[in-house]
Structures are given as structure tokens and as C-alpha cells.
Design a protein around this ligand. Structure first.
Ligand SMILES: Cc1cc2nc3c(=O)[nH]c(=O)nc-3n(C[C@H](O)[C@H](O)[C@H](O)COP(=O)(O)OP(=O)(O)OC[C@H]3O[C@@H](n4cnc5c(N)ncnc54)[C@H](O)[C@@H]3O)c2cc1C
Length: 278
């Protein structure tokens, strides 16, 4: 499965490669958790634009549905816990899904109700069929064709969702916020890929920030703090607010002070006497 990043372009794993090149071991294997991210980057397919992210359910009750490549829904879109949704996303094929909505939903998405942060309805319409991953079409089946979603699957899902709006009951996922059917064209689909926001696996370190090799033995003179030790070292298999930046700053300072003290307490290098120039 391709990884899609919303991190800095300079975050390319050099620190991990450097440690590995001299035998460092790794910690945190298997603890990856993706997050919801931004629109596909227009230039780099492996990147998403974090500043073009869609608004989360905690910020705005959704009018849209989320479907996978088969056109099937996979979660209650109004689930308030982003953690629940991120974990559900790990079982979506290719970790790729589309938010699907109609023009009535888009027209209502103004101000703090915007679907894409900072984008009024006209701006979203202008992006459709112009930006990668942003599609619009006059019918649901044409939308599916354009986006690469199974047309029959999407048509069946939209029918079932619209029926749930009428009855007020979503038998599939128990979604409670059912404001309007998806029925008024144009119809829109925005592609989303699970985002690798931070690296969960990293260099294996001991309690003194010394890097250990594959056998668990400290590599003399090699230390690591920050994201290079992997998010799993401080967060496990989850996102804990501030638990990347805070340990990076704190451990970095503690280690820096300790190493500086060691340098100061060492005797200065011996000087050899030089014969005076005559
Ligand atoms: C969008 C986003 C939101 C986030 N939100 C949060 C949050 O709310 N709370 C939280 O705790 N964490 C958050 N994080 C994670 C947090 O920002 C990082 O884990 C943290 O900044 C890592 O700090 P660092 O000093 O280890 O590495 P970095 O901040 O990545 O610094 C590494 C530096 O090394 C430079 N560099 C790379 N390669 C080389 C090289 N070969 N030679 C010289 N220099 C090089 C880079 O340019 C960079 O300046 C977020 C991350 C992202 C991407």
C-alpha cells in the first residue's frame, strides 16, 4: 500500500538511515496508525496538502458519506471519535476512500460549516475536475466513473443512504446525523488517502537516550531524541496530543545538558610543547 505523507518535505528518514548504517536496531514495529489528511497534492502523488484538509466531524456535522472503491460505506460518518475512524480506516482497501455529497450539501457548506477548510462552495466547485482527486458530475454513475469507484456499488449505497434519511434510521452503521438525501446534482467526490503524519517506528534507545543495536547493546557515542526514535516510543499505537513535540524538546534538552557536562568535566586535550622559533 502506498504511503502518503503530510509531513515536511525534508522529513525523509535520514536520521533513521544514518543510525541503521552503523547497526542501530529499531523499536515500535507494527504500531502504525494513519490519520485523516488533506487533498491529494497537485504535484507529488505521495503527498497530501494538510492545509487543504476536510473538516472533521468534531468541527462540523457531516452531510457527506464516505465510500471505498467498491462504493460501500465503512463507518458512521458522524462518529465523533477521530481515533475510532482512524482505526476503521486501517481496514479500508488501499486505505483510500471518497467523501461523496451533492450540490445541496455543498451550498450549505459555508463559513464554519465548510467541507474543505477555508474553501467556500464556489471554490470547491472550481477545484472539481481541475485538482487531482476532486471530481464532479451530473449523475451518481458518471461521478463514480470519473472517480474510479464501482458505479453499481455507489448507486446502491446512495439509494440505501437516502432511504435511511427518510426513515431516520441508518441500519448499517447507526449514523444519527441524516440531514438530507444525496439527490441534487452536480454530485461530488473527494479522494482521501490515509496519511502518514508521523513515523511510528524508529531507532531503539535506552532510558539514557543511547541508541541500541539489534542485540540490544548500546552503540558508544550514538544518541537519539525526537521523532527519529519513533512515535511508538512515547505514544504506543495511538496519537497522544503533544507527545511528540514535548518529549523531543524535553529529552533533547536533558541529553544536551548531560553531554555538555561530560565535555566540561573532561580534562582539556594535552598540549605538546613546541620549540621556540629562533
Ligand atoms: C502536520 C503535523 C502536525 C503535528 N502535530 C503535532 C502535535 O499537535 N503535537 C505533537 O506533539 N506533535 C505533532 N506533530 C509531530 C511533531 O511535529 C514531530 O514529531 C516533531 O516536530 C519532530 O521533531 P524533531 O526535532 O525530532 O524532527 P523535525 O522537526 O523533523 O526536525 C528535523 C530537522 O532535521 C532536518 N534534516 C533532515 N534531514 C537532514 C539532513 N540530512 N541534514 C541536515 N538536516 C536534516 C529537517 O529539515 C528538520 O529541520 C505533527 C507533525 C505534523 C507533520
Amino acid at each position: 500500500m502506498p504511503l502518503v505523507s503530510a509531513g515536511a518535505r525534508t522529513s525523509t528518514g535520514d536520521g533513521i538511515h544514518l543510525g541503521r548504517s552503523i547497526g542501530a536496531g529499531l523499536q515500535g514495529a507494527g504500531s502504525h496508525l494513519p490519520t485523516f489528511g488533506g487533498l491529494p497534492d497537485p504535484i507529488s502523488p505521495g503527498r497530501a496538502n494538510w492545509h487543504d484538509r476536510q473538516r472533521l466531524t468534531s468541527e462540523r456535522p457531516p452531510w457527506e458519506i464516505y465510500v471505498d472503491r467498491e462504493g460501500s460505506r465503512w463507518v458512521a460518518e458522524d462518529e465523533p471519535s477521530i481515533d475510532e475512524k482512524e482505526r476503521a480506516l486501517t481496514s479500508v482497501p488501499e486505505q483510500t476512500f471518497w467523501t461523496v455529497f451533492d450540490d445541496r450539501a455543498l451550498a450549505a457548506a459555508t463559513g464554519e460549516q465548510q467541507i474543505v477548510v477555508g474553501k467556500e462552495p464556489e471554490e470547491v466547485r472550481a477545484m472539481a475536475n481541475a485538482r487531482p482527486g476532486v471530481h464532479a458530475a451530473e449523475s451518481v454513475s458518471a461521478l463514480a466513473e470519473a472517480a474510479g469507484i464501482d458505479p453499481d456499488g455507489l448507486a446502491a449505497t446512495v439509494r440505501a443512504y437516502n432511504a435511511a434519511v427518510v426513515t431516520g434510521v441508518d441500519p448499517d452503521f447507526g449514523r444519527m446525523h441524516l440531514p438530507a438525501p444525496i439527490e441534487r446534482g452536480p454530485f461530488y467526490a473527494i479522494r482521501n488517502h490515509a496519511i502518514t503524519l508521523v513515523t511510528f517506528q524508529g531507532l531503539d534507545t535506552d532510558a539514557d537516550c543511547g541508541v541500541r543495536d539489534e542485540a540490544g547493546v548500546v552503540v558508544p557515542g550514538l544518541f537519539a531524541v525526537g521523532e527519529v526514535i519513533g512515535a511508538a516510543a512515547t505514544c504506543g499505537n495511538s496519537f497522544c496530543g503533544g507527545m511528540l513535540l514535548t518529549p523531543a524538546l524535553t529529552l533533547g534538552r536533558l541529553l544536551g545538558v548531560r553531554l555538555a557536562d561530560q565535555v566540561v568535566s573532561q580534562p582539556p586535550p594535552s598540549t605538546t610543547s613546541v620549540a621556540p622559533v629562533t
